[in-house]
Design a protein around this ligand. Structure first.
Ligand code: SF4
Length: 324
């Protein structure tokens, strides 16, 4: 069981709005990508963040580690407030918080050799002397299942799976505490996905890493994550231990997502719930519960009142007027 002291990241009422500029540079509105999210991560766990494309999960991941500045709210990592942190302090903290991106090809400089890409990470943080850095990089390449020869290769000479191994090496080489994995396997062939997932999990066990694992794929989340949060249109709508979430989804949106996931037992078939309409625009989200325009269970109150997150079962929080 975790307690308050085990928390590595705590986010309270975090918002991330992107202003929309008019013709003369005036702000005419906001894209409300993340809207009042509170959550925490325990040290050493994997927290899965799931939701359809455009729900704000990647923006939340970037905001939580200060790659994108929060519009408002508080975020602490290792007890240090990062929403008002000085750039120099952030530079040191950056060692401890890293990110693995969806598409390693676009996140690796095509003109640099793999060894130089990884060495640069150490140089920026002033870690090791020149010869030591080379040893550290080669050791890390081997840890992620690559060979010494890959040190001298360019990103385009590697396969997608090998590039993602480099992406992982780049995140891990600084010995971080927390890694945000943003759809780390969704750009890969199905045949190599499980290799990369298992590598991530092995790394986690070796180094007691904490992962925020962002994915649109419920099956990947189920395999990787101890707890899961479900996002819809910038809001966290349900959060629970992953097994509980799959066994007893309480929010109508989670029920929709899970109805599309194949069950391990072919004799048990879930009734597929198909949502009507498209995801509304985060520029002009619906009033009340943001899911009410598509919710099969919506009632009068949902049109005007935003439901609060409440704990409906132990460690199972839901934002819905039903059951609250
Ligand atoms: Fe549906 Fe209302 Fe619950 Fe929102 S609050 S998910 S609209 S029942």
């Amino acid at each position: 069981m975790h307690n308050e002291n085990d928390i590595i990241l705590k986010a309270e009422h975090v918002k991330k709005y992107f202003p929309i500029k008019g013709l003369v540079g005036n702000v005419t509105g906001n894209v409300k990508a993340v809207d009042d999210v509170s959550m925490h991560l325990f040290r050493g766990e994997t927290y899965g963040l799931v939701g359809e494309t455009g729900c704000g999960k990647s923006t939340l991941g970037r905001t939580l580690i200060n790659l994108s500045e929060a519009t408002s709210g508080n975020i602490t990592i290792n007890g240090q407030e990062i929403t008002r942190i000085k750039p120099k302090e952030m530079h040191f903290l950056r060692q401890k918080i890293q990110m693995v991106f969806q598409d390693p090809y676009t996140s690796l400089n095509p003109r640099m050799r793999i060894g130089d890409i990884l060495t640069e990470v150490l140089e920026i943080q002033h870690i090791g002397k020149r010869a030591e850095r080379m040893d550290m990089v080669i050791e890390m390449l081997e840890k992620v299942g690559l060979r010494v020869e890959h040190y001298y290769r360019y990103p385009h000479e590697l396969s997608g799976g090998q590039r993602q191994r480099v992406g992982l090496a780049r995140a891990i080489i600084l010995n971080p505490d927390l890694v945000v994995c943003d759809e780390p396997v969704s750009a890969l062939d199905v045949s190599v996905r499980s290799q990369i997932i298992n590598l991530l999990l092995d790394m986690q066990q070796d180094r007691n890493l904490t992962y925020l694992f962002i994915s649109h794929d419920m099956s990947v989340i189920r395999y990787t994550s101890r707890r899961t949060g479900v996002m819809y249109l910038g809001h966290l709508v349900e959060e629970a231990v992953t097994d509980d979430l799959f066994a007893n989804p309480m929010h109508p949106y989670t029920q929709v997502l899970l109805s599309a996931v194949p069950t391990p037992n072919p004799h048990i078939k879930r009734k597929r719930i198909v949502l009507s309409g498209d995801l509304p625009s985060p520029i002009n989200p619906p009033t009340g519960c943001v899911f009410h325009t598509r919710c099969p269970a919506a009632k009068e109150i949902c049109l005007s009142q935003l439901p609060e997150m409440v704990e409906l079962a132990p460690n199972h929080r839901v934002a819905c007027h039903i059951g609250a």
